[in-house]
Design a protein around this ligand. Structure first.
Ligand code: GCU
Length: 628
């Protein structure tokens, strides 16, 4: 079992806090021993992409440590600090020493998955070691962190032979403090990344997407003053009812290691809002300030404001939009106005280029498709995507569903797995808390309807509300099994949700397509998003509507879906599965799938299928559903 390593002094969540808060985890104390030797993560820096950093992106040397990963794991499963982390070189004469050498090893690009860079590593899901040298000039009264945007799945980090942190989770950022270890001049970092899927992992072993391994997002060195802003929340005050005249901005700024009474200034010059408040003993400076002039963020006007935060020697300016999102009965209200979400699902896979998406180009390509589709919403499945996706959505006025990968079968009965989920939830919310585009936090997808799962996810939904009371909580529900043409969603998990996501594949996995016309759905009195529906088509394959994998049949399935969807009174959004065909290890029909899930409206190389035009028309005409 891979222990968690998120022991924080700031706003982070410590393993014990999580465990102690959750009564049903009596057995957990025994877990702690294996936690020993884990390097605590001091904090998680918010707004790093708005700080001056030293990028470590580029070519990194790599060495493969095939299963059982003997360079990384000792025979008792502990982390081996005395092997490749030492970054030594083999003696070519004299005494035998090491049998590895990063200096002469090949390189991989970072950020990027290893699978699409080296053909021999295409299907590799194990341990791979990265190494690179870097220069540093440590300054007095500063602290330095190694910031990793994401590394899939487990990673262990050494700087100058000293282990500085460990992390589990392939899709959220983490920061490792290196202040005490840096040398003036040359330094080196070694990172072991283990992409092995774990039964007790999140996600677990059986996934319907490609398990790209590696340092898949930006890596950088961040230097900040010794007391610095590591977390902040600036949002439109969220009263019990939406008030169009409400221009009160509120939130907090957390200054790590600042003595109580430290001044913090929050300044929005363009909105005519500025206030200075003091930190409390925990470093929190809570504030509320009126903005003299404020344009609320919406798809029609995705207005972002420069928000300048200063405290002591530290300063950070972020681009933040302000909007109100809430549910009233079965309606979703954005700034008090009922909305209908015209969406689509997307995996973090780069269209055309392939591989894990990580660049602004990847984001611009995807958002270009969304614009062509007349979409105002995207579900980032099934895990947090690169932060550029949220930044681009903020810029372009696209609303977002962000999710942690509690995908189908998770070890819901294991307290340590619940603790992992809480850390991933905290990391997701902390990174994107100030993104106006993000309106929904999703805690899971298609999980089996049983009491242990429902308890786990209900606790998680409440934890999400504790962390962020200003957004809506959702989950994608699968089932019920059709009862004839009656579909009654009475899943108890819906009680814990603000918005119900419903996945269904009528016309593809279940029933002939035309039967959808006659299907009637019953839902709890909450807003419903059809969070997945669709059919597979191989681009360029044409034929009669009853011939599977043809573009015509995919359109035919959707046309009958539209009849069914228009009958659902509380339907507040449609999110077809999926924008672009994506790699999946479980899709192995030669010629038709070749390792791809083909439910995309666009093929993996960017060719639009007929279904793309169908949705383009339906979304241009706003013909799939009503906001109220
Ligand atoms: C599921 C699941 C997706 C999967 C899709 C499919 O609903 O959530 O991850 O890819 O179905 O079967 O295509």
């Amino acid at each position: 079992m891979f222990p968690l390593m998120f022991i924080s002094s700031g706003r982070g969540i410590s393993l014990c806090t999580i465990l102690l808060e959750n009564a049903f985890i009596l057995g957990c104390v025994f877990l702690l021993p294996s936690v020993s030797g884990q390097q605590p993560l001091e904090t998680l820096l918010v707004g790093v992409d708005h700080r001056a950093v030293t990028s470590l992106n580029g070519e990194w040397h790599y060495l493969v440590d095939q299963s059982p990963g003997r360079a990384l794991y000792t025979s008792t499963g502990e982390i081996n600090d005395k092997s490749y982390a030492m970054n030594e070189h083999p003696n070519l004469v004299g005494k035998h020493n090491q049998e590895y050498d990063f200096a002469t090893a090949p390189t991989l690009k970072v950020p990027g998955d290893w699978n699409t860079q080296v053909p021999q590593l295409f299907n590799y899901e194990g341990v791979l070691w990265y190494e690179r040298d870097f220069e540093s000039q440590p300054k007095p009264r500063t602290r330095t962190f190694l910031h990793i945007g994401a590394a899939n799945y487990r990673s262990h980090v050494w700087v100058n032979q000293k282990r500085v942190c460990d992390h589990e989770g392939g899709y959220t950022p983490f920061d490792c403090e290196v202040t005490a270890i840096l040398n003036p001049g040359s330094n080196f970092v070694v990172i072991a990344v283990d992409a092995t899927r774990l039964v007790d992992g999140i996600p677990s072993v059986g996934i319907d997407w490609f398990n790209y391994g590696g340092l898949t997002r930006d890596v950088s060195i961040v230097t900040v003053p010794s007391a610095f802003i590591d977390d902040y929340d600036v949002h439109l005050a969220h009263g019990s009812k939406f008030d169009p005249d409400n221009t009160e901005l509120t939130g907090y700024v957390h200054v790590l290691d600042a003595p109580a009474g430290t001044a913090v200034t929050i300044d929005l010059p363009e909105a005519g809002a500025r206030t200075t408040v003091d930190t409390d003993a925990q470093g929190n400076a809570n504030f509320s300030v009126r903005a003299r002039k404020l344009t609320l963020w919406s798809p029609e006007s995705p207005k972002l404001y420069k928000v300048r935060l200063t405290s002591g020697d530290d300063e950070l300016t972020d681009d933040i939009g302000f909007r109100d999102i809430r549910v009233e009965g079965t309606r979703i209200l954005l700034n008090g106005k009922a909305i209908f979400l015209q969406g689509v699902n997307m995996h973090a896979e780069a269209p055309v280029r392939g591989g894990r998406a990580y660049s602004q180009n990847d984001a611009d390509t995807i958002f270009g498709y969304l614009e062509e589709l007349h979409a105002n919403f995207v579900r980032l499945a099934h895990y947090p995507h690169d932060e550029r996706m949220e930044r681009t959505a903020d810029r372009d006025g696209i609303m977002i569903w962000s999710e942690i990968p509690n995908w189908q079968h998770i070890s819901f009965d294991k307290p340590e797995v619940y603790a992992k989920a809480v850390v991933m939830l905290d990391e997701m919310i902390r990174r994107d808390r100030n993104k106006a585009s993000v309106i929904l936090w999703s805690i899971s997808n298609e999980t089996p309807n049983n009491p242990t799962r429902t308890r786990f996810l209900t606790d998680l939904a409440n934890e999400a509300r504790r962390l962020d009371p200003t957004r809506l909580i959702t989950s994608a529900i699968i089932g019920p099994r059709p009862n004839g043409l009656e579909m009654v969603n009475n899943d108890p998990l819906c009680d814990a949700l603000d918005v119900i996501g419903q996945n269904e594949y009528i016309g593809w996995y279940d029933m002939p397509p035309e039967d959808a016309d006659k299907v009637d759905w019953t839902f709890p009195q909450k807003p419903v998003l059809m969070s997945e529906f669709g059919a597979e088509a191989k681009v360029g394959d044409h034929g009669p509507v009853n011939q599977r994998w043809t573009e015509e049949q995919q359109v035919y399935v959707f046309e009958h879906q539209f009849v069914m969807l228009r009958k659902i009174p509380q339907l507040r959004g449609t999110v077809p599965w999926i924008l672009v065909d994506f790699r999946s290890p479980t899709r192995n029909i030669p010629r038709l799938q070749d390792g791809y899930n083909r439910k995309g409206l666009i093929s993996e190389d960017g060719q639009k299928k007929k279904a793309f035009a169908l949705f383009q028309r339906a979304y241009a005409e706003h013909s799939l559903g009503k906001a109220e």
